[in-house]
Design a protein around this ligand. Structure first.
Ligand code: FAD
Length: 415
């Protein structure tokens, strides 16, 4: 008899999990409280990021956060709150932000990123898909020598761990990306990175899975669980009780609240980010990060996307126009001939990155409830790590040897 797997969350993690599970002939139901067209997995910058070897929890970030706390247009913002989960997360984040922990995480982040990039490339060779995927690397553009030096230090670490990275002078930059203006002094080029158009991939993946018999239930919110001894036997939604054999929790920033109903505490804070889309007017060729402004720029197939801001202010989708304007101003100040109009700014969207305190995702089974597997907490790398997470979860469910060591991703590591 086919095992019925219920996946809570139709973001990149949920869909990639469904993709690998359907190959193993499972009966799959993906449940989402939204309509499968919004959320972090639809608004992100689409960067595939082996370059991001330094986790968010790194030395210096707390000082920067404190400096930026009172600046309404800053790229990193923490809203102080007297809330137990937030205070505990902050404490765990501070404990993780040490040089030693960052160094230990580097090979782990590299390996899961490279695995995931390879899996995206495998999907392209499957003729069922025709999604946009380019491998041009990622330019870290800097205007100040300080930012350039800091990034080159990261670049050297990346080279040490086997990635291909080059220092690009202002003159070379003008040759490969002439649209960058003269205030930009140079770049560090991570040749390991690739980029995609997230909403296009999500639509193609959903159509592919539907054709394979995966059931999608939209506007369906999981409110509680049916539990018998050490197994979850069903999810109670706003519409019905859905019975199951295996449960996968891939509900992004909402996962902590949901998992609490299973008596498991998995610290996650939502890191809000914004994107502005400019329809085919830019000549930008290579994806970049504007280092001083912390804005990501992705030339997708139909739009150029400018994305940025990490706002730790709880779960909400309120758009802060000051931060949207700051992203637009940054874009205009690094490139020639870019003007982002009011319509584009007012159409800006936001999404919530599910941030763990140590910058590593949670991937694995719960210890007490034997049929519950979790995939969340990917923060700024969730798009990149979708396929690897889906594959690892499928291997866990099928009790196969996992494609990489998943010990660092233990779900209950902070319990
Ligand atoms: C502006 C921005 C730029 C980014 N850029 C990049 C990038 O370039 N590269 C990269 O790798 N990552 C990037 N990210 C991060 C990446 O988008 C996220 O890490 C990733 O999308 C998280 O995917 P997810 O599937 O875990 O969560 P989500 O996409 O948030 O999906 C979770 C889903 O669960 C559903 N859900 C929650 N609770 C319930 C419930 N109780 N019942 C039913 N459904 C529920 C939600 O409706 C949601 O659709 C960016 C994020 C943002 C915001």
């Amino acid at each position: 008899m086919k095992k019925r797997v219920v996946i809570i969350g139709g973001g990149i993690i949920g869909l990639c999990t469904a993709y690998y599970l359907q190959k193993e002939a499972a009966e799959i139901i993906v449940i989402d409280k939204s309509d499968f067209s919004s959320g972090a997995s639809y608004v992100n910058a689409g960067l595939i990021t082996p370059s991001h070897i330094i986790s968010l929890a790194s030395p210096g970030i707390i000082t920067k956060g404190l400096q930026w706390m009172f600046d309404a247009s800053s790229p990193f913002y923490v809203k102080p709150r007297l809330n137990y989960d937030f205070l505990k997360w902050t404490w765990l984040f501070k404990k993780s932000a040490t040089s030693q922990k960052v160094t230990t995480s580097i090979p782990v982040i590299r390996d899961i990123n490279l695995l995931s990039r390879r899996l995206y490339e495998e999907m392209i060779s499957d003729k069922s898909f025709s999604f946009f995927y380019k491998h041009k690397g990622l330019l870290m553009l800097y205007k100040t020598d300080k930012a350039g030096e800091e990034e080159w230090n990261v670049g050297k670490k990346a080279i040490e761990c086997g990635l291909k990275v080059e220092q690009i002078s202002q003159k070379q930059l003008q040759e490969i990306e002439p649209t960058v203006n003269s205030s930009v002094k140079g770049a560090v080029h991570y040749l390991s990175d690739a980029h995609m158009t997230p909403h296009q991939f999500m639509q193609q993946m959903k159509s592919f899975l539907t054709a394979k018999g995966v059931i999608f239930k939209e506007h369906t919110e999981v409110e509680d669980f049916e539990i018998q001894s050490n197994l979850v036997t069903g999810v109670k939604t706003n519409h019905e009780l859905i019975k199951l054999d295996e449960l996968v929790v891939a509900s992004g920033s909402w996962s902590q609240n949901l998992l609490k109903k299973l008596k498991v505490n998995v610290p996650i804070q939502a890191g809000k980010g914004y994107r502005i889309d400019v329809v085919n007017r830019t000549k930008i060729n290579i994806p970049s990060i504007l280092l001083e402004a912390k804005v990501a720029v992705t030339p997708m197939d139909s739009v150029t996307r400018f994305a940025g801001t990490m706002e730790l202010g709880g779960i909400n989708h309120t758009v802060n126009n000051k931060r949207v304007n700051a992203i637009a101003n940054a874009a205009e100040s690094y490139y020639n001939e870019i003007e982002i109009n009011e319509k584009e700014k007012t159409s800006a969207k936001c999404g919530l990155r599910p941030c763990s305190p140590d910058g590593l995702p949670y991937i694995g089974r719960l210890t007490k409830l034997k049929n519950v597997t979790v995939g969340t907490g990917h923060a700024m790398m969730g798009w990149s790590l979708g396929p690897a997470t889906g594959k690892l979860i499928t291997e866990i469910l099928n009790e196969k040897k996992t494609s990489m060591d998943i010990t660092p991703f233990q779900v209950e590591r902070f319990s």
